[in-house]
Every structure is written in structure tokens, then in C-alpha cells.
Ligand binder design. Structure first.
Ligand code: KG4
Ligand code: ZN
Length: 351
């Protein structure tokens, strides 16, 4: 059973061929980072245009790398939301066109369900019920995943997603987009308790997340410290810079700020999981999405005592990819859950 999966919800054009929901025969990801870098973030119109350009070669490459012909496919899956509408439309329309031309069934996958299946794909032993934290540039959502993959949203960010906070803080400090991975690499060189941030006091659902206050606190810190020269030096370096080169233009005070920011984000994420794991009888914890690549988060999670196994996808499957969409689609295929040719892309879509 082979599914061709297509993902185009944000700034990655991706296609994969997944066999029986388990074996990734190919996974191709074309990143648009370079296009968006000079604007410091994703520009929706440019994203759609880049997807249009990339979709045919990416899908062809996925089939070539899998070593299979079109006639050997059993279904086509695509992400239909949530995400940027124009970006989603490219993948949805392309998937429909293939289905129409080749008489294949279409499977519509929620991007968030895909992120959760990135873990299931690599760790089939993941036992349910589970707590699943999806932590990326667009989401910081915590779900209770019941048996048979029924989802209940327990808490979410009230403002910025964790990855968005990383990228905004990095931008404030003069690092290129996306700054999350750079801050993660520099965090071990600072004192994680060097700068004290006050924790967000949540009214209503105490398990909700909030990262905009933390971002503002970093802004205030930059205003109170004479760091204009180092920011200018970092802006000159841009992407492709090594850790040593970043460190040469990042003095101790700023290193401490970065380490403390990272520590605060990790504490916020893991403390919610810890509380919930104690309250809900779950069999496992899933942490997925771009920020799940974070080395500090992985280390801290490994040391935390949730009492149940914690699963992360490998970094290549943590960020946006189509293999996770193929894995989620397999379950829908088996359940006979197909989409019609009237499938529409949905910018906002709950899980
Ligand atoms: O899942 P993803 O590829 O796209 C979305 O669905 O948003 O996540 C991208 C986000 C970006 O904000 C990026 O800065 C963040 O994940 N990210 C990281 C790391 N690697 C990627 N944030 C912190 N530490 C990392 N190592
Ligand atoms: Zn994502």
C-alpha cells in the first residue's frame, strides 16, 4: 500500500512516498528559507509562488527516489490545513489533479495530525492514550490523544507560538531567519540563570502557554543594554555562519540572555506536560514540530520524570515534511476515509 503525500502548508514544499504507513520510500523537502530570509519571516504571496515553482520537481523527485512508477501508487494524500491558504491550495490542487488523471483516491490530512504521526511513524510502539505537544513556528498546542487517535485540545498558546518567539527574539538580536536553530546552538555557551524572566501568570486555563511577554522582556533587555554594535556585526554575518563565528560577535551578557530565554521556554513547555502527566493517566508523551529539534528541550525532557516514555521524531521529521502526512493518511486509507474532488484548503482547521 503506497501513498504519495504532499505537504505545502507553510514554507516547505514536500512530497514523500510511504509504504503501509511505516516505511518511508522517499521524503523530499524543498525549503524556501532563502526566499523569505531577506524579509525576516515567511511572506505568504512569495510562499505560494515558490510552491508553484517547486511542486512538480519535488513530486517527481519523490517518485524517482522511491524507485516506483505512477501506476504503483494506491492513493494520494495532501495537507488541507491549517496553514497559509495560498500555499495549501497549491498542494491540494496538485493532489486532486493527480487523483483525477490517474483515478486514485484522495486523502485529506490535517497538518497537526501529520506532526503527531511523525512520531508514530518512527516509534510504532507509542502507546495511547498519550499527551502530544506540537511545538512549531505556527503552533504550541497540547493534546490528549485517546485510543484510536481521538484528539482533545488541552491547552494552547494565547499569543505567539514557541518557534515564533524563538524567531522574533533571534531577529531582535540580529540573527537571520529562522533564528530558532541558531539560538539553540548558542544556548549552551551562556548561563541559563543569567537573566531572570518573570513567568506568565495565566488567567483562565492555567495550562495555556504565552510567549509574547517573554519576547517583550527580551526587547526591554536589548533597550537597556548597549548592544547595537554586536547586533550590526551579526546582521553582517547572515546565514551559513558557524557557531564559532556567532560566538565571536556575541559577548557573555548576550549569551546569558539567549541561554536564559531558552531555559524559560523549555521550563514553560515541560512544566505543563509534567502537571498533565501527573493528572491524566497516559502511556506516553509525544513532542513534535520544528521546536522539537531543540537540543536543550530534548536533553531536559530526557531528564524529566514524567513516569512514561517520551518520544521525539528525528530532526528531519520534526520540521515540516510529507512523510508524516503519508503516515497519517495510511490510517485514513484503512478506515476508508477519503476526500472528494470538492476538498477545499482551510487556513484554520482544528484537530
Ligand atoms: O514545524 P516547522 O518546520 O514549521 C511550522 O509548522 O511552523 O517549524 C519551524 C519552526 C521555526 O520557528 C524554527 O525556528 C523552529 O521551528 N525551530 C527551532 C529549532 N529548529 C527549528 N526552534 C528552536 N530550536 C531549534 N533547534
Ligand atoms: Zn508544521
Amino acid at each position: 500500500m503506497r501513498i504519495l503525500a504532499i505537504e505545502s502548508s507553510c514554507d516547505e514544499t514536500a512530497a514523500a512516498v510511504v509504504e503501509d504507513g511505516r516505511t518511508v520510500l522517499s521524503s523530499v523537502v524543498a525549503s524556501q528559507i532563502e526566499t523569505h530570509q531577506k524579509y525576516g519571516g515567511v511572506v505568504p504571496e512569495l510562499a505560494s509562488r515558490e510552491h508553484m515553482r517547486a511542486i512538480t520537481p519535488v513530486v517527481d523527485e519523490a517518485l524517482t527516489r522511491a524507485g516506483i512508477a505512477w501506476s504503483e501508487l494506491d492513493a494520494v494524500a495532501c495537507t488541507y490545513g491549517p496553514g497559509l491558504l495560498g500555499a495549501l491550495l497549491v498542494g491540494v490542487t496538485y493532489a486532486k489533479a493527480i487523483c483525477k488523471a490517474r483515478g486514485l483516491p484522495l486523502i485529506a490530512v490535517n497538518h497537526l495530525e501529520g506532526h503527531i504521526h511523525a512520531v508514530v511513524l518512527e516509534h510504532p510502539q507509542t502507546a495511547l492514550p498519550a499527551l502530544a505537544l506540537i511545538v512549531s513556528g505556527g503552533h504550541t498546542h497540547l493534546y490528549h490523544v485517546r485510543g484510536d487517535f481521538e484528539y482533545e485540545l488541552i491547552s494552547r498558546t494565547r499569543d505567539d507560538a514557541a518557534g515564533e518567539a524563538y524567531d522574533k527574539v533571534a531577529k531582535l538580536l540580529g540573527f537571520p531567519y529562522p533564528g530558532g536553530p541558531i539560538l539553540d546552538k548558542l544556548a549552551p555557551y551562556g548561563d541559563p540563570h543569567g537573566v531572570r524572566f518573570t513567568r506568565a501568570n495565566m488567567k483562565g486555563n492555567a495550562l495555556d502557554f504565552s510567549f509574547s511577554g517573554l519576547k517583550t522582556a527580551v526587547l526591554r533587555w536589548t533597550e537597556a543594554h548597549p548592544i547595537a554594535d554586536e547586533i550590526a556585526a551579526r546582521r553582517r554575518l547572515g546565514s551559513g555562519t558557524t557557531v564559532e563565528e556567532w560566538l565571536a560577535v556575541t559577548p557573555t551578557a548576550t549569551r546569558n540572555l539567549i541561554a536564559s530565554f531558552q531555559q524559560t521556554v523549555i521550563d514553560e513547555l515541560l512544566s505543563r506536560i509534567g502537571k498533565l502527566a501527573a493528572e491524566h493517566p497516559v502511556e506516553s508523551v509525544i513532542i513534535t514540530g520544528g521546536v522539537a529539534c531543540n537540543a536543550g528541550l530534548r536533553q531536559a525532557a530526557a531528564q524529566s520524570r514524567f513516569g512514561v516514555p517520551i518520544y521525539f521524531p528525528t530532526p528531519g521529521l520534526s520540521t515540516d515534511n510529507a512523510a508524516m502526512i503519508g503516515a497519517a493518511a495510511f490510517r485514513k486509507f484503512r478506515a476508508g476515509d477519503f476526500a472528494g474532488m470538492d476538498l477545499r484548503a482551510k487556513a484554520s482547521l482544528a484537530l
